[in-house]
Ligand binder design. Structure first.
Ligand SMILES: [Zn+2]
Length: 276
């Protein structure tokens, strides 16, 4: 992924930028092509969604319904028009998706078969109430769990800022976390160790990463990842993206059999949920 693309993403994810301004940027940047792909007649005005459709059971598809671009703002009326299930699906890893992953999250040493992985298309709502398209690669074992969890979070307007493949950051976890990106699969070791991470099998999810950092002590020194999330290691610090024990996101993951890194004894990984 080019540096300019990353910079563009970084700008777009600026939590301080007003919704309308970012929407205008999207109009300028993506033009009609993207909107034709998504068949979106209007742009989001970023008003608070109301009258959300009822929760439906997870939709499983084995092939892409239509081209999908993550991190695009869409309107509530578009969702209502097409139906929520058009925006939540599970797919096998297409050649197009695999070409993004190869040599990045799916390195040459990857021991997880491509056929064990799934590509999720989802929606999420950011802290300003903007609806955005999201994407995630995970293990097929937890694909239904994640679709169900994120659909419920979307319907409850639980704030999640960004959800694109970590390959857009060259599979660099620190860069992805700095951008507050939520992601799952990445064939890598646990930071600072030789142990394969649960992310390596696509069995762990990191959410709202900048505001829910990974905090651990090494040789008496406290380390916080990402570095721009250091202030949020103080869990009394308010943030619309903070994950707390007992909140809706926490409860949904626990109900689906995940454990939370924020409950670990010797380190705290507040962004992290994994299934064993
Ligand atoms: Zn994690």
């Amino acid at each position: 992924m080019t540096k300019s693309y990353l910079l563009k993403n970084a700008k777009r994810s600026d939590a301080d930028a007003p919704c309308n301004r970012r929407t205008a940027k999207l109009i300028f940047n993506f033009q009609l092509l993207i909107f034709n792909f998504l068949a979106l007649p209007t742009l989001a005005q970023c008003q608070q969604p109301t009258n959300m459709p009822a929760v439906a059971s997870p939709t499983i598809t084995e092939k892409s319904v239509k081209p999908w671009k993550a991190a695009v703002e869409i309107s509530e009326s578009d969702v209502a028009q097409q139906g929520i299930d058009a925006f939540f699906s599970i797919d096998t890893i297409s050649d197009a998706v695999f070409s993004r992953m190869k040599g990045k999250s799916y390195g040459a040493n990857c021991t997880v078969p491509r056929s064990d992985l799934r590509y999720l298309r989802m929606l999420h709502v950011d802290a300003e109430g903007c609806i955005k398209t999201g994407e995630m690669v995970c293990n097929k074992i937890i694909a239904n769990d994640l679709l169900d969890i994120f659909k419920q979070l979307y319907q409850a307007k639980y704030p999640i800022e960004r959800m694109v493949l970590i390959d857009d950051y060259n599979a660099n976890d620190e860069l992805s976390m700095r951008d507050n990106n939520s992601s799952c699969f990445n064939f890598r070791v646990v930071a600072g160790s030789k142990t394969l991470s649960k992310h390596a099998r696509g069995l762990a999810v990191d959410i709202n990463t900048r505001y829910n950092p990974y905090v651990r002590t090494r040789q008496g020194r406290r380390l916080v990842s990402p570095d721009n999330g250091t202030a949020y290691a103080d869990r009394s610090r308010p943030s619309p993206y903070k994950i707390e024990r007992g909140d809706l996101l926490y409860r949904l993951f626990i109900e689906h059999g995940f454990t939370w890194g924020g409950a670990w004894k010797y380190s705290k990984d507040y962004q992290h949920f994994e299934k064993r």
